[in-house]
Design a protein around this ligand. Structure first.
Ligand code: GLU
Length: 306
């Protein structure tokens, strides 16, 4: 990674206890930064105020402490950043890149939009060229979309290698503010990472396709691109993805029966960072961390052995 002092981040959504996949991604993010004497920032991603809570945020902080994953500062939670996001939204408007979209959810799902393998669809630009009279004829508040260019974005990911995406054909114009006025994840993350001076984004593989969307917004807002590292998802020995549904594997349960060193040792071993499955603290592990050791393919974890 770059020579400048690295700045990494934890960006959890406080909607429940951390599960092992979150712990693994947080561990790698922390190791990358701390092994190079960098700075770690914490940010609560609580845009969805229905699903998130201050209690879960407090539990997350406590879980990070228990794991030994410390941070240097916590920035404002996203639910308190609307005024900042408004400013960036206005920049997009000034660049003439925004337009209101009145499509309903069912219209979006039924129109002849090409659907992608992951279940998402490419927005076909239905509302891009509406006249003022057409816009005035709707009696509901619109979502706001940003026009995307027909251009190939290349992510040189530290773990996944080269990933390319053309937003025009793979995604379509992106919603940046929902009809209820709430800003979407892509805009909030871009602004928050940019303003916090984050130089590296380490997170789960499921967010890889978000990287080009965020790179586009970074360019529009004048932020440098961070380095990306999307770490593999954790799988049970039968190939099933470990998720929030595996209640017996959330930290609330695990903390009652194992030490943080046992958990970190098991995760580090599964990820290829150490040769034997032995207890180790995050701090010890940081001394021997290198990106080359990390497995890029699926990581199997036999949680029953924990
Ligand atoms: N808040 C997201 C999550 O908890 C992570 C977003 C990110 O790392 O960019 O899955």
């Amino acid at each position: 990674m770059a020579d400048l002092k690295p700045v990494g981040r934890f960006a959890p959504t406080p909607s429940g206890r951390m599960h092992l996949g979150n712990v693994f991604a947080a561990l790698i993010a922390w190791l990358s930064v701390r092994s190079r004497d960098g700075e770690m920032v914490l940010r609560m991603e609580d845009l969805d105020t229905q699903r998130t809570s201050g209690e879960f945020a407090e539990i997350l902080r406590d879980d990070l402490r228990w794991l030994g994953l410390d941070y240097d500062r916590e920035t404002l939670p996203q639910s308190r950043r609307t005024a900042a996001y408004d400013g960036y939204f206005e920049k997009l408007r000034e660049m003439d890149l925004l337009y209101p979209c009145y499509c309903t959810r069912s219209q979006l799902h039924s129109v002849n939009a090409p659907h992608l393998s992951d279940g998402t669809y490419v927005y076909p630009g239905t509302c891009r060229n509406l006249t003022e009279a057409q816009r005035a004829s709707f009696d509901r508040a619109p979502a706001w979309r940003v026009k995307v260019p027909d251009k190939i974005w290349t992510v040189e990911d530290m773990v996944q290698g080269t990933y390319t995406c053309n937003l025009a054909t793979d995604c379509g114009d992106m919603v940046v503010r929902r009809a209820d006025g709430v800003y979407v994840y892509q805009l909030a993350v871009t602004v928050d990472d940019g303003e916090a001076g984050v130089t590296e984004v380490v997170r789960g593989m499921d967010l890889l396709s978000s990287a080009p969307r965020q790179m586009y917004l970074q360019e529009l807002f004048g932020f440098p691109h961070p380095v990306y590292a999307h770490v593999p998802m954790l799988l049970a020995p039968d190939g099933r993805r470990l998720s929030k549904r595996d209640k017996d594997l959330d930290l609330g349960v695990l903390r009652q029966r194992i030490t943080p060193e046992i958990l970190i040792g098991a995760l580090a071993f599964a990820g290829g960072l150490i040769d034997r499955n032995l207890p180790i603290s995050a701090k010890e592990l940081a001394k021997e961390f290198s990106w080359e050791k990390l497995r890029g393919d699926s990581i199997y974890l036999d949680a029953s052995a924990l």
